[in-house]
Write a protein that binds this ligand. Structure first.
Ligand code: ZN
Length: 232
């Protein structure tokens, strides 16, 4: 189930650039240079892709960077670094009016958190297609919203025993934080193409609510995230 060898897909230069800059913020330019050398992308050392929306950064190269981060820093280190980079990717594309630009303003702001999350992630899924050759959509089961990524740039051609798309998880975490004005929601990767699943999926749920002094939950049940459509 790895990316087809005959198929070339591309990420936008800007998203790859933000991702590399965010990694550099943590491990420094020498750290990134080591990662890029290991990924056989030495030409990118000190020469990150331009800040443009052109789709010119191949999924192969993006996956190779993530693979090299994992080889250098180990699974846990890679998880932290790639989540950080994914968060930055969303944050800076949001502030640039990028990934979430299509969200309706006033009406959207009035929605309850669960509905905002649903509308927001659906918008995000559509707009990643404008920024890359990635395809994504949101589905809803009885209990959760699920963010599905087909043709995932992060694990393209890679194989692993478990989920490894930490950058996308970080991007979703940042989106959830931004959409719900809180840290109430989590995104956990539950399927990954790298370990043989058909698609990469991220299950969105509310964090377990803390018991308040009155003994009932301060937030809602997990169902609210999926079923609260904001209709009044
Ligand atoms: Zn993936």
């Amino acid at each position: 189930m790895v990316g087809s060898e005959t198929e070339r897909r591309y990420y936008s230069n800007r998203m790859a650039r933000i991702y590399l800059v965010a990694i550099e913020d943590v491990i420094g330019s020498n750290g990134v240079a080591a990662v890029l050398r290991l990924a056989k992308l030495g030409h990118l050392i000190g020469n990150y892709p331009p800040d443009s929306l052109d789709r010119e950064f191949s999924f192969e190269d993006f996956a190779a960077i993530n693979q090299a981060v994992q080889e250098v820093y180990g699974p846990q280190g890679a998880k932290g670094l790639c989540q950080h980079a994914g968060r930055a990717t969303l944050k800076y594309t949001v502030t640039d009016g990028g990934l979430m630009a299509d969200l309706p303003d006033a009406a959207f702001k009035l929605l309850p958190p669960g509905a905002k999350v649903k509308v927001g992630l659906t918008t995000l899924a559509k707009s990643v297609a404008d920024f890359s050759d990635q395809e994504a959509y949101v589905v809803e089961n009885e209990e959760h919203l699920v963010f599905v990524v087909e043709q995932c740039p992060e694990c393209w051609g890679r194989s692993s025993d478990g989920p490894i798309c930490h950058g996308t998880a970080g991007m979703l975490q940042e989106a959830l934080h931004w959409l719900s004005d809180s840290q109430e929601f989590t995104a956990v990767e539950t399927e990954c193409v790298a370990r043989g699943d058909d698609v990469c999926t991220f299950t969105i749920s509310r964090k377990a609510a803390e018991e308040g002094p009155e003994g009932h939950s301060a937030t809602g049940s997990a169902e609210d995230a999926a079923l609260d459509d904001g209709s009044t």
